[in-house]
Design a protein around this ligand. Structure first.
Ligand SMILES: Cc1cc2nc3c(=O)[nH]c(=O)nc-3n(C[C@H](O)[C@H](O)[C@H](O)COP(=O)(O)OP(=O)(O)OC[C@H]3O[C@@H](n4cnc5c(N)ncnc54)[C@H](O)[C@@H]3O)c2cc1C
Length: 267
């Protein structure tokens, strides 16, 4: 319920319901990000990381390492959207409360990729189901599924894992699973012109750490009340899925309603 929201779930389970997806008129969701980057111009430091951070209740002082060298930034307020694991933010000037909360987060691993396989002719999406597992849940290790997209016969793949695995292992699992579909699924045709071709990766990306969560005991001890109490402390506001949910539209709405107004009011 929390992850997908009532609208999405109702669409999925109600008779006649549909699950709607959001896109741009040009079917290019990354436009939102390239246009935001254009708006920020030289004030956006891509491919950079925070080297040092000093915050007080009045100012923020940081040094970031950019591809062209170190850059000092002084600001009134800081909005953090990186997943707040200790690996990501442990080197910052964390308060005792911040460190005590962030160190409780555990997370899972998520990977995406684009595959080509001239020997395959996939006409539908392939979802990984377990034949001998409760509720036909897919086996714990392996890709969740493959989707044929109408662009250069590319096939996209997603893998979600409880713990991160080396990139080479994740890729090999996906390629092996796709090879197996040649023999298992009637929705997969083999191109007679290149039957022996195998799948290869055109792109691969890790989205780990994904789905930060804490134990049920921590939630009972009101972890999220303590987490939300950090908002605004030491001139810092926090946003991102760890604070709300892993659905972009819900997340953007929550940030617009609950994070940006107090941040702007504090400037
Ligand atoms: C495979 C996949 C499919 C998904 N499908 C959907 C979908 O169909 N619909 C939907 O609504 N949601 C979907 N989601 C979920 C959605 O993408 C996430 O919920 C959303 O992106 C979370 O936003 P975020 O800002 O918290 O994190 P992210 O979008 O992951 O952004 C975090 C950013 O922080 C950066 N970062 C991390 N550490 C550091 C550091 N130390 N220094 C600097 N930068 C750092 C990362 O590079 C990244 O750019 C999907 C996610 C995945 C992985």
């Amino acid at each position: 319920m929390k992850a997908y929201g009532i609208e999405t779930l109702a669409g999925a389970i109600m008779p006649g319901g549909t699950v709607s997806t959001a896109s741009t008129p040009l079917s290019n969701n990354s436009l939102a990000f390239s246009r935001a980057a254009a708006e920020l111009g030289q004030n956006a430091f891509l491919g950079s990381r925070v080297l040092a951070l000093t915050r007080s209740n009045a100012t923020v002082d940081m040094v970031v390492l950019t591809p062209t060298g170190a850059q000092r930034i002084r600001a009134k307020k800081l909005l953090v959207t990186v997943p707040p694991t200790m690996d990501n933010v442990g080197q910052w000037d964390l308060t005792y409360s911040e460190a005590a909360l962030f160190s409780q987060f555990t997370y899972s691993a998520a990977y995406t990729g684009i595959i080509t396989d001239p020997g395959l002719n996939i006409t539908t999406n392939l979802l990984n189901y377990g034949t001998a597992t409760p509720f036909q849940l897919p086996p714990a290790f392996g890709p969740q599924g493959f989707e044929a997209i109408p662009f250069k016969d590319y096939i996209t793949m997603q893998t979600g894992l409880a713990v991160p695995l080396p990139e080479a292992v994740v890729k090999q699992q996906a390629l092996t699973a796709l090879q197996r579909t040649r023999h298992l699924s009637p929705a997969v045709g083999v191109n007679a012109s290149s039957p022996g071709s195998g799948p290869t990766f055109k792109a691969f990306k890790s989205h780990t750490p994904y789905a930060l969560s804490v134990s049920t005991d921590a939630i009972r001890r009101r972890f999220y009340d303590d987490l939300y109490a950090l908002q605004g402390q030491k001139s810092t506001f926090w946003a991102g899925a760890a604070w709300h949910t892993h659905i972009s539209s819900s997340l953007w709405r929550w940030e617009e309603q609950y994070v940006l107004p107090p941040l702007l009011a504090a400037l």
